[in-house]
Write a protein that binds this ligand. Structure first.
Ligand SMILES: [Fe+2]
Ligand SMILES: [Fe+2]
Length: 256
């Protein structure tokens, strides 16, 4: 990781008028908050922002976005689920953009507890998912990922780049002062994703079902909300591992 990545982010995909950007990291982890990833898709002049996160990240995320697009051109903000590391900045984002926010219908009446919210700018995602489009013609698929870990959860798939924004699925918890953007070796990476998935994900059955559905897409990268991005052979290695994982209710005695 170069120093500039933290403050400038990194372009993950660029072709014609379509760009996918990872939005950097906090340099100072002194807050103790879990590390998170934010992503921006730009198609033509318009953007979709994914899981922009909480209040303490807001200045950095705004600064990095502004390097690539005018905030007024963000049309849509997607929340994969209701957790504070995803959505607690909701009032700030509604204030600084004109975007509509999409979140599971399950959580529509919960997120206003994070701050004063104009309901007319919230859009509920039905359990079955759907698509969301920019006015410039890009369509993103909202794919059900319920119970992984939230009961109202979505992964988002960009057919142009082939990037699957997987939410907490695939998330890693980095040890302090260790960061890398891409998974180079899945076996080395495994120890920092294993416990996270065993504890947070509901069951092996739900994981296997998600993997089978996601594999119907051409996946170039899996970009989780925490930790490092899977690409090349690490994509299949992760999916193979997840589809055979015992977790959550399968191993309940581990947690009692
Ligand atoms: Fe979460
Ligand atoms: Fe998370």
């Amino acid at each position: 990781m170069s120093e500039s990545n933290y403050t400038e982010g990194q372009v993950l995909f660029e072709e014609d008028n379509h760009k996918v950007i990872w939005l950097g990291w906090e340099k100072d982890e002194g807050s103790g908050a879990v590390q998170t990833n934010q992503y921006l898709i730009i198609h033509g002049s318009k953007g979709i922002l994914l899981d922009p996160g909480g209040v303490h990240l807001f200045p950095r995320v705004v600064a990095v976005i502004s390097r690539y697009i005018d905030l007024d051109n963000i049309e849509t903000i997607l929340f994969s689920h209701q957790d504070p590391d995803v959505s607690s900045g909701i009032a700030l984002w509604l204030g600084i953009t004109n975007a509509a926010i999409h979140i599971s219908e399950l959580w529509m009446r919960f997120v206003p507890h994070f701050g004063l919210v104009d309901f007319s700018r919230l859009s509920s995602i039905p359990d079955s998912g759907g698509t969301v489009s920019t006015s410039t013609g890009a369509a993103l698929n909202m794919l059900p990922a319920h119970y992984l870990h939230s009961p109202g959860n979505f992964s988002f798939y960009d057919p142009v780049s082939g990037i699957l924004f997987s939410s907490d699925i695939g998330g890693a918890v980095f040890p302090k002062d260790t960061h890398y953007l891409f998974v180079d070796d899945f076996k080395t990476h495994l120890p920092i994703i294993e416990g996270f998935h065993q504890r947070l994900m509901t069951s092996g059955k739900v994981c296997k079902d998600w993997v089978e559905r996601m594999r119907k897409n051409r996946i170039s990268m899996i970009a989780p909300q925490h930790g490092a991005i899977f690409k090349d052979k690490a994509v299949d290695e992760f999916l193979d591992w997840l589809s055979n994982l015992q977790c959550g209710s399968d191993i309940l005695s581990n947690f009692t």
